[in-house]
Design a protein around this ligand. Structure first.
Ligand code: C2E
Ligand code: CA
Ligand code: CA
Ligand code: CA
Length: 282
């Protein structure tokens, strides 16, 4: 900070100013992204490790903007949450993902579709009592079987406003929709919520899978999570599987499912359909 006088500081350096300008530009474009049809979903397979069959697809958002190019979610989800744009964007994601999953279901490929719900997105929805309504509407309009929809929440969701959150999740669960915990092991919540919340799946965060072949601590953590998930009758998906060695280790644990570049990067719907048709033949 540049000192201008006694107790006067100028906090904006030229670099900060351009970062702020970039943010404003991003916001300006994001406000119009939905109406201009600039958002796209890519799909990444979730694979049963022993058979190699695809059992699900995770929907991951991308933003194609004429001025900004391809923008990845880590660069705009935070902004979408701050501005509240995450509510309409999240509803669009849910509807588009469920339409796609319904199309796959009708084509004889009834796989699960996993949709991300960020913490701030969840609570914004919940404040407006919209989340349950949106899920209900989308299931009704698309005709997708509820058990083919899985909502990926994070540990942080379960730490805030415990009673209302639990209530909302129980209602969603009652519809038959599945609930999974994303990035499992990276949050600060206690394990007690694992029995308190209506969960179906844990997704081991990719940071634990990355060095699984060389790091004894990561192996111990993944083994422990696998054993626990087995006891609690929760399905377990390992994220960020990139090579055969990681897969071999995971296969030896009670970890039945994997997701990662080893199987496929997230791809557009067309390519995902090709992967699915190949998987049906396995
Ligand atoms: P996530 O839910 O943990 O998604 C997994 C991320 O890991 C994705 O990044 C995916 O492309 C990447 N990934 C998959 N396999 C591998 C691998 O083998 N190695 C490595 N290093 N990475 C892998 P992506 O698509 O950039 O998404 C980043 C995050 O943005 C997601 O993390 C999720 O938290 C958020 N996000 C994406 N789409 C949505 C959405 O529709 N709504 C909300 N609320 N958040 C979303
Ligand atoms: Ca996820
Ligand atoms: Ca994750
Ligand atoms: Ca994440």
């Amino acid at each position: 900070a540049k000192k201008l006088g006694k107790n006067n500081y100028q906090f904006f350096t030229p670099e900060m100013n351009s970062a702020a300008q970039h943010y404003l530009k991003l916001e300006h474009h994001l406000r119009r992204a939905l109406e201009l049809d600039e958002l796209v979903l890519h799909y990444q397979p979730q694979v049963k490790i022993d058979s190699g069959c695809i059992i699900g697809m995770e929907a991951l958002i991308r933003w194609h903007n004429h001025a900004l190019g391809i923008v990845m979610p880590d660069q705009f989800i935070g902004l979408a949450e701050e501005t509240g744009l995450i509510v309409p964007i999240g509803a669009w994601v849910l509807r588009t993902a469920c339409e796609q999953a319904r199309a796959w279901q009708l084509a004889g490929m009834p796989i699960r579709i996993a949709v991300n719900l960020s913490g701030r997105q969840f609570h914004r929805f919940q404040d407006q009592r919209q989340l349950l309504d949106v899920v209900l509407d989308v299931l009704k309009e698309t005709g997708l079987s509820p058990e083919l929809l899985e909502l990926e929440i994070t540990e942080s969701i379960m730490m805030h406003k415990l009673d209302t959150t639990l209530d909302t999740l129980n209602q969603i669960k009652k519809l038959g929709v599945r609930i999974s915990v994303d990035d499992f092991g990276t949050g600060y919540s206690s394990l007690s919520y694992l029995k308190r919340f209506p969960l179906d799946t844990l997704k081991i965060d990719k940071s634990f899978v990355k060095d699984i072949c060389t790091d004894a601590n990561d192996r111990a953590i993944v083994s422990a999570i696998s054993a626990m998930a087995g006891q609690l009758k929760l399905e377990l998906v390992a994220e960020g599987v990139e090579d055969q060695n990681q897969l071999d280790f995971l296969g030896g644990q009670q970890c039945n499912y994997g997701q990662g570049y080893y199987f496929s990067k997230p791809v557009p719907a067309e390519q995902a359909s090709v992967l699915l048709r190949q998987s049906v033949l396995l």
